[in-house]
Design a protein around this ligand. Structure first.
Ligand code: LLP
Length: 414
């Protein structure tokens, strides 16, 4: 567990190598994201283990957390990355990822971004529309370069997650269905000199728990893969995307580890069923996990500025808010609120934890029961390692939070 209480104080790390959260955060003097690197490594290993029966490449979704120290470690541990902008490709290269470990997804790649990615010689461009494919072909011709691509399919499934993070439903802007095939095939056939189709890719959404829907999406995409093979294309990759969720309401991580293991087992069986027991010699299976690798590693620590007892509510007003952790405002997400130094007194109160931003959506948590709070107390927002700092802004001209990395009980500025 990345965060745990010892003698009433919140610690980060493992039972044998940990640091005290308050001692790390107080001297920073402003909101601070803390990341436990060991937790990320443990999860990367678990992901690898879940897919040990296949020839798998993990491409961490940089959008979840692009902290340079985290990227650097992931590169050292042998992971690849999934990127969605030239900026992310640049960050990945700066962190030590070889271009051959980088794939580039996204619906709106500009000419300049395609040029940059092709010039760097990245592993694969995940193509989201026939128009994008044409732009890639023209760019490669102009540059005199070749590129490997995968087509992102939209399998039209309902992954039963928040509508803002559903991506594989027919009304979403992502991917393509089979009606796009004639146009894609025509473009491919006239551009074999510059573009090579390596496989298909899919990603149906984020914060997913329903493995039946994930399996259905993979099987639908396998059917399209077979169609491309029937058209004479020898495909040797299949990208299953990311999306596995965590239960934000609890610190019990056993369900997500069990789900990951079952997900790996089920998809291994699916690929063996459709491609034979020797699938590993035919197909590289790419994965794009984000949240499940980094969410639990992160804690956003803030300081209580004021307690305000209004007739309807008691507010704990803190120095962080929707500008640093947008998820509660945007998706009504619930991050557990952890007192950093537990109080001995059993007295408590129900608080709305709100930030400094001039919007009524700037609520980090509603009606949370906490020990009595005071000005200067520290509060942590749990499981904020994914889509936390990554979605932060300087709205209202506030500073960005500090980021600290904790490794083997020692902290450094990330
Ligand atoms: N691959 C692609 C193409 C993606 O678009 C995403 C996430 C991932 C992989 C990684 O998904 P993950 O394993 O992290 O679920 N801001 C939202 C999540 C947005 C996810 C966007 N795409 C949130 O805070 O819940």
């Amino acid at each position: 567990m990345a965060y745990f209480y010892r003698d009433g104080k919140l610690k980060v790390g493992t039972e044998t190598a940990f640091a005290d959260v308050a001692e790390l955060a107080r001297p920073q003097g402003r909101p601070t994201y803390i990341y436990d690197i060991g937790d990320i490594e443990k999860r990367l290993r678990a992901y690898d283990a879940a897919f040990k029966g296949l020839n798998t490449a993990i491409h961490y979704a940089v959008k979840a957390n692009s902290n340079p120290s985290i990227l650097k470690r992931l590169a050292q541990w042998g992971a690849g990355v999934d990127t969605v902008s030239a900026g992310e490709v640049k960050k990945a290269i700066a962190a030590g990822f070889a271009p051959s470990k980088i794939i580039f997804s996204g619906v709106a790649k500009t000419k300049a971004e395609i040029e940059y990615a092709v010039t760097q010689g990245i592993k694969q461009l995940n193509v989201e529309s026939p128009a994008e494919l044409k732009r890639i072909v023209a760019t490669c011709r102009a540059l005199g370069k070749t590129v490997d691509v995968a087509f992102r399919m939209n399998p039209d499934v309902d992954p039963k997650t928040h509508p803002y993070i559903t991506t594989g439903f027919r009304e979403n802007k992502f991917g393509m269905d089979e009606s796009f095939l004639p146009e894609l095939l025509a473009t491919l056939r006239e551009s074999k000199d510059v573009v090579r189709l390596r496989g298909l890719t899919m990603h149906i959404g984020s914060l997913l728990f329903d493995l039946d829907v994930l399996q259905e999406a993979v099987e639908k995409t396998i059917a399209v893969h077979k169609r491309f093979e029937a058209e004479g294309f020898a495909l040797d990759r299949f990208d299953i995307g990311g999306g596995l969720g965590i239960r934000y309401e609890t610190d019990d991580t056993s369900e997500e580890f069990a789900m990951l293991a079952t997900y790996g087992e089920r998809l291994t069986a699916v690929f063996k069923k459709h491609f034979g027991a020797d699938v590993s010699s035919k197909l590289e299976i790419l994965t794009e996990p984000g949240r499940i690798l980094v969410a639990r590693s992160g804690l956003l620590v803030s300081e209580v500025q004021y307690i305000k007892k209004a007739p309807a509510k008691t507010f704990a007003i803190v120095d962080t808010g929707m500008h640093h952790l947008l998820r509660p405002a945007l998706y009504q997400a619930k991050h557990r609120v952890l007192p950093i130094e537990e109080r001995k007194s059993s007295a408590g109160e129900s608080y709305d934890i709100v930030g400094p931003i001039c919007e009524s959506s700037d609520v980090l948590a509603k009606n949370v029961a906490l020990p009595l709070l005071d000005e200067g107390d520290l509060l942590g927002f749990a499981d904020s390692g994914a889509y936390g700092f990554a979605m932060a802004s300087s709205y209202n001209s506030h500073e960005f939070p500090v980021e600290l990395i904790v490794e083997n009980g020692r902290a450094s500025r990330a």
